[in-house]
Write a protein that binds this ligand. Structure first.
Ligand code: COA
Length: 257
């Protein structure tokens, strides 16, 4: 079993279920490069361990994740496919076992787009979600420009991606973006874990085959879209309008003091 050393990504085992917890609550679980690397390693460990049948991904505190760490975007932006964020997206896209998200609080940016690669998504009532890529001078990633309109329809995808409008778990449920809502964070995680245990009892090879069959129709298009979006996203991070928006967020605290 690979040991995951980054303390912001915690792994626990509940029988045949691996629980991966994003744990950086003072930064709303914003994801740094080392956290992406640890998430990729956690998925690899889940793949390598035959005892692990299902993975549940969750957050800590009041958040699922506020997306990419903005200071990291400025200090060490991704440069290409080998960058930790793109390695993580590749691992997510190729993950063969069932992956369940327990969205125990707010989800922003990649915190929402990664849900498009999960097989089941449970969220806390009232959890806020947002895809503020364009607001930040960036563009969609993780295949969301393809997957989101397919899932929720083009008009809504435009509101979420071009206007960057925040939305609620209730709206996400209504649109078919998530599976169910629970009253609070604990109940959300419980529901995700209970479903994971049920899935873990299903015949493993049939589960893998069925997941592959469900995904294969759009697998190539998703792979190409992630690569294309990734190229533009990497470029956009250096565009003056993006740098200004990211610096405005990063300097927020200093200027409000
Ligand atoms: N990157 C870096 N730091 C982040 C962060 C991120 N993505 N999200 C939150 N933080 C930090 C805040 O700067 C703040 O730090 P401080 O205590 O030093 O001021 C701390 O986490 C708490 O966040 P705060 O903004 O005070 O919490 P909130 O509940 O008012 O708002 C969010 C939460 C997620 C709505 C807000 O923090 C936000 O918009 N974050 C940026 C999200 C984003 O744009 N992500 C990238 C998408 S591509």
């Amino acid at each position: 079993m690979a040991e995951i050393k980054v303390e912001e990504i915690l792994m626990e085992y509940r029988d045949e279920v691996m629980l991966i917890r994003i744990h950086r609550p003072d930064r709303k679980n914003a994801l740094t490069q080392s956290m992406y690397t640890a998430l990729t390693a956690a998925l690899a460990a889940a793949t390598a361990d035959a005892k692990v049948r299902v993975v549940v991904l969750t957050g800590s505190g009041d958040s699922f994740t506020s997306g990419n760490d903005i200071a990291d975007f400025l200090a060490a932006p991704p440069t290409g496919e080998e960058s930790p964020v793109f390695q993580f997206l590749a691992a997510l896209r190729q993950f063969e076992k069932p992956l369940i998200a327990a969205v125990t609080g707010m989800a922003v940016g990649i915190g929402v787009t990664l849900l498009l690669h999960c097989d089941l998504v449970y969220a806390r009532a009232g959890a806020r979600m947002q895809l503020p890529f364009v607001n930040l001078g960036l563009c969609p990633e993780a295949g969301s420009s393809l997957l989101l309109p397919r899932l929720i329809g083009y008009p809504r995808a435009v509101e979420l991606l071009l206007l960057g409008e925040p939305f609620s778990a209730e709206q996400a449920l209504d649109w078919g973006l998530i599976n169910a809502i629970s009253a609070d964070a604990d109940a959300t995680l419980e529901q995700a874990l209970a479903t994971a245990q049920r899935l873990a009892r299903q015949p493993a090879a049939a589960v893998h085959l069925t997941k592959w069959l469900l995904k294969r129709g759009e697998a190539e298009a998703v792979q190409k879209t992630i690569a294309l979006e990734g190229r533009y996203f990497t470029e956009r991070l250096h565009a003056p309008e993006a740098v200004a928006a990211l610096q405005a967020f990063a300097g927020r605290r200093r200027s409000s003091e």
